[in-house]
Unconditional design. Structure first.
Length: 480
């Protein structure tokens, strides 16, 4: 510590980050030694935290992933795991990160140059879980098959459990919480790629325990106000991080972070408007191009643009949650509950109470497309009527902070309007603020593709890298 400011602070901060309570502390007068006394059961965690913080070993980040355990390309969680493996920094039992680069193409990322290792210690789907404190080989081609065929077994340090986050009875979420508590590593990230209310309700506890969260779960940010506030308060009290770029409009476009930066630098947001659903925009564009409405919905499902239940897209429930996330993020209407937001549904009234037959062997998307077929003519007429008016039919969300209003409805947009510029499954978000207004030459416009597993997974991956970088960068230079 002699002549090196911050060494003692780094040491003790490592204990706080790992959740280790210091019972006693002593420092030698020579300033070349410092001793801490901790509980016996916390010794391993304390030692690992100290080694990582003082750069005696690489910083390890333990990762828990919740979402569909389908292979890459078929689910957002599967695509995200492929991206994590592609960093070449993923460690697991019997392998070092450098040995993983042959398993999948290594990606140039912001982790390059940082002494940090990532380790997936738990995976949980709706019906099954995979746990290992030594790390899981997520790039293994046999992982998914083994997870379903080895329930209740432990193979090479990996436990396959027969309960998932969506199941009642034996609570998988409590099991995962215990798993987080038992992890000796103080740097823990929970990645929530679900749309599950019970998972969102566990955020406050995980944040309080010192875990950070990266989320696309819109029920956490755009669901009941109490759930959102509880997580926000827990994050503030525990000084942990909760990143949720993929929970708002844009599905990974830098919308939430941009709005946060604008407000933190003194800007005042006045209005936000845009096309917030890439799925609905794709469907309406397809109908405008001559496709029947039912076939356009089926195509959106087949392309992976729609939610697991496409009714969430057509009822605008999914987009409603994105708008609520905006309302709560930029103020003006922080107390807005879901039922208070004015929403126009694209689902015909005749299908408002329809439920799919889960025993039919057909997916929800296939069954919904069949139910929508009798309504193809009505949608073709509505789109044609918009064109006859000289415009395009778009699902537009409008949030007026100064007026205190928010609504989501179909509108006929002139082709010269900024909101008409987005095509296919793109989103466009137009932000009017004190800084970005007429005096500056116009509002701030964010636009880009915003639907599908790959784009959403990349948005969450960006948040994971951003968070991992902050966990590593406060360490002091390696002691020689």
């Amino acid at each position: 510590m002699a002549f090196r400011p911050g060494t003692g602070a780094t040491f003790t901060k490592a204990m706080a980050t790992a959740g280790v309570n210091i019972r006693a502390i002593a420092q030698g007068s020579s300033e070349r030694q410092i001793s801490l006394m901790v509980e016996r059961e916390e010794c391993t965690k304390a030692l690992r935290a100290a080694h990582a913080a003082l750069a005696l070993s690489d910083t390890q980040v333990s990762i828990v992933v919740l979402g569909s355990l389908a292979e890459a390309g078929k689910s957002m969680a599967g695509e995200l795991l492929k991206l994590l493996a592609g960093t070449g920094r993923l460690a697991y039992r019997g392998s070092s990160p450098s040995a993983l680069t042959g398993a999948t193409a290594q990606l140039p990322t912001s982790l390059d140059g940082l002494a940090i290792d990532l380790k997936v210690t738990a995976l949980a789907s709706a019906s099954a879980s995979v746990l290992s404190n030594d790390g899981i080989d997520v790039a293994s081609p046999n992982l998914w098959a083994t997870a379903s065929s080895s329930v209740g077994e432990t193979l090479e340090g990996v436990t396959f459990a027969g309960c998932g986050y969506a199941q009642e009875g034996e609570d998988c979420l409590e099991m995962l919480t215990t798993h987080l508590l038992e992890d000796f590593n103080g740097n823990r990230i929970v990645i929530d790629a679900t749309e599950d209310a019970r998972v969102a309700e566990h955020y406050p506890r995980w944040l309080t325990l010192g875990a950070h969260i990266v989320s696309s779960n819109k029920l956490a940010t755009g669901g009941p106000l109490a759930t959102y506030r509880a997580a926000k308060n827990a994050r503030s009290d525990a000084n942990t991080q909760w990143l949720y770029e993929c929970s708002g409009p844009g599905s990974g476009l830098p919308v939430i972070s941009t709005l946060q930066d604008m407000q933190q630098t003194g800007d005042r947001i006045r209005r936000v408007e845009g096309v917030f659903s890439g799925t609905v925009n794709y469907v309406l564009e397809s109908v405008r191009g001559g496709a029947p409405f039912s076939e356009a919905v089926a195509a959106a499902v087949a392309a992976g643009y729609a939610e697991p239940d496409p009714r969430d897209d057509l009822s605008c429930l999914d987009t409603q949650r994105k708008m609520l996330t905006l309302c709560r993020e930029i103020g003006g209407m922080p107390d807005l509950e879901p039922e208070q937001l004015l929403v126009e549904s694209l689902l015909p009234d005749a299908l408002s109470g329809w439920e799919p037959d889960l025993a039919s062997g057909k997916s929800v998307g296939e069954q919904l497309a069949e139910q929508l077929r009798p309504h193809d003519g009505a949608w073709a007429e509505r789109v044609a009527a918009a064109e006859a008016e000289g415009g395009e039919l778009k699902l537009i969300g409008r949030l007026d902070v100064e007026a205190g209003t928010a609504q989501l409805q179909l509108e006929v947009v002139p082709p010269t309007d900024t909101l008409a510029r987005c095509e296919g499954m793109q989103n466009v978000i137009v932000v009017h603020s004190a800084r970005y207004g007429a005096a500056a030459g116009g509002p701030l416009v964010l636009m880009g593709p915003a639907a599908g597993h790959e784009l959403k997974a990349m948005g969450m991956f960006t948040d994971v890298l951003r968070l991992s970088r902050t966990l590593a960068e406060w360490n002091i230079p390696k002691i020689l």
